[in-house]
Design a binder for this molecule. Structure first.
Ligand code: ZN
Length: 121
């Protein structure tokens, strides 16, 4: 990571816009020193082309080196199809696609429970 310029940050954090998640995401990201871009979008990685575009911008503009992809329990954007298996599949696919485009980025996939726990998946 380039240091010394105010316009760089460490990561982009991608997660659902669901208001129920906000305070837990805030607590979780408090440990991310170096700043991060935040993408809040219904369904987290569900709309992958849009997520990819935003990651690319974050990479170009702020020289990020880490990507955190978060989907969550009981996501309205997924509805009935939102099983843990489905979230796991979508997260790992998103990770794969981002990795292909940006091999140097560290990518972490997380599943957020409504009780505030984040599980690495
Ligand atoms: Zn959601």
């Amino acid at each position: 990571m380039k240091k010394g310029t105010a316009h760089n940050c460490r990561a982009i954090v991608v997660g659902c816009m669901d208001f129920r998640l906000r305070s837990d995401i805030r607590k979780w990201t408090a440990k991310l020193e170096g700043g991060f871009d935040r993408l809040a979008i219904a369904g987290g990685v569900k709309n992958l082309p849009f997520v990819l575009e935003q990651v690319e911008l974050s990479y170009k503009l702020h020289h990020i080196c880490e990507v955190y992809l978060m989907n969550h329990e009981d996501c309205g954007a997924y509805g009935e199809e939102g099983t843990l298996k489905k979230h796991r599949q979508d997260l790992s696919f998103a990770k794969k696609i981002i990795k292909q485009k940006f091999p140097k980025l560290k990518i972490v996939t997380l599943f957020q429970k409504l009780n505030g726990n984040f599980v690495e998946v």
